[in-house]
Write a protein of this length. Structure first.
Length: 145
């Protein structure tokens, strides 16, 4: 089973992955982790696509995506999970990562990117702070049967 978890930075994707890892065994790839597969970026992308296609009906792979250009790597048959949060929540979480300071250029970048995944097709929509992650994990496990 391939589970694509995608959304902006600081929406709760990693927290969801942590919960899933408590209930299932899965390899986790994030962003461009696939570059470990080959020396050449194009070859690595092709190898990763093949690995994901094979895993749709095999081993569990979770692919965490923070950049829209990585979405096309998800093969047909993947479980697609959109994770969103309000802009204020994202900014507050990002500021925590930066020791309480959110520089204006970073705030502007977050504002500009906000909503960039909202129109992407998905099987499950997780709204950070409003969605019970345990329920989501149960839904995902049920979809893999």
């Amino acid at each position: 089973m391939v589970i694509g978890i995608f959304g902006e930075n600081c929406t709760g994707k990693s927290t969801l992955v942590g919960r899933l890892k408590e209930t299932m065994t899965a390899q986790v790839y994030t962003g461009k982790d696939y570059l470990r597969l080959e020396k050449n970026e194009d070859a690595a992308r092709l190898a990763f696509r093949a690995k994901l296609r094979e895993a749709v009906h095999g081993e569990n792979i979770i692919y965490v995506i923070s950049e829209p250009e990585h979405l096309p790597l998800l093969p047909e048959g993947s479980i697609r999970i959109l994770v969103t949060a309000d802009l204020e929540v994202i900014q507050a979480r990002f500021a925590q990562r930066m020791h309480g300071n959110l520089p204006a250029p970073v705030a502007m970048m977050l504002e500009k990117k906000h909503g960039c995944f909202d129109r992407e097709p998905h099987d499950i929509h997780v709204i950070s702070g409003d969605t019970d992650f345990d329920d989501v994990c149960q839904k995902i496990e049920g979809m893999g049967d």
